[in-house]
Design a protein around this ligand. Structure first.
Ligand SMILES: [Zn+2]
Ligand SMILES: [Zn+2]
Length: 253
């Protein structure tokens, strides 16, 4: 399985302002910078967009992406998310003010978007991938995803603080190769991390002990102004298997 964190700075750098993972070039988990991919053919290949939650860093360019890839006809991008998130996206973004109501415009022959509600724990198959949404512990209701191509499984917990059921589910996943886990704040802001449903290095270290097996822990979602501080604190922990994500790198997992 090929996984890439889409870069979100200009020019591309290690600073990560927005979140979108591309899986095998056809499925996206979140759409933060998705509509900024310079190669429009790469945008057009993405047919299924899974949203973890409604925060703007996870869907900022969704309207731009849908505009970029629209072609007249019945085929369109599928947006998969919890029912509440689909409703927020419709009401607060595609509302005829912020952006045209692509849902209403898709009622005819030419379709921009098709919404599919997700149910926690219920696996859905798309583009050769079995994708299971699993609740995590963030400031708003959020779904992490376990993605399994039959040979390898990769976990995308999205924005989360300490949680339990997600790791219990992963413990039953034999092919798990990597987890893209967030660390948003340095240890000096541990209380802010706790309040907002994020990790700092200390809670990250405790969290990965909940999974009793060796996997690649790929750290994402470092707030840019604390990125170096978080990296130093993680390095000081000296935990094997922990690495910092490189935006724009294709991870063959
Ligand atoms: Zn969030
Ligand atoms: Zn976020």
């Amino acid at each position: 399985m090929d996984v890439e964190l889409v870069p979100s700075s200009v020019p591309a750098s290690d600073s990560q302002f927005l979140v979108s993972f591309l899986i095998n070039g056809t499925v996206a988990v979140d759409a933060g910078p998705l509509g900024l991919l310079a190669d429009l053919d790469r945008q057009r290949r993405v047919r299924h967009v899974f949203l973890t939650h409604e925060h703007i860093d996870h869907l900022a360019t969704l309207p731009i992406f849908l505009e970029n890839v629209f072609e007249p006809g019945p085929d369109c991008v599928e947006l998969l998310a919890a029912p509440d998130v689909l409703a927020f996206v419709h009401r607060d973004i595609f509302n005829g003010r912020i952006w045209p109501d692509f849902f209403a415009l898709s009622a005819g022959e030419d379709r921009f978007i098709r919404g599919t509600p997700l149910e926690p724990g219920r696996t859905i198959e798309r583009a050769g991938l079995a994708i299971t949404p699993l609740p995590v512990a963030h400031a708003v209701a959020t779904l992490g995803f376990l993605v399994d191509d039959g040979r390898t499984a990769v976990a995308f917990p999205s924005d989360t603080g300490p949680t339990a059921a997600f790791w219990r589910h992963l413990a039953t996943t034999p092919r798990l190769a990597a987890v893209f886990l967030e660390v948003s704040f340095p240890n000096s802001l541990a209380s802010l991390a706790e309040t907002t449903g994020h990790h700092c290095p200390a809670t990250f270290a405790a969290e990965i002990r909940k999974l009793d097996r060796p996997v690649r822990w790929i750290v994402v979602h470092r707030k840019p102004r604390y990125a170096a501080e978080i990296a130093a604190e993680l390095a000081a922990l000296g935990i094997p298997g922990v690495e910092l994500v490189e935006p724009g790198r294709v991870y063959s997992l």
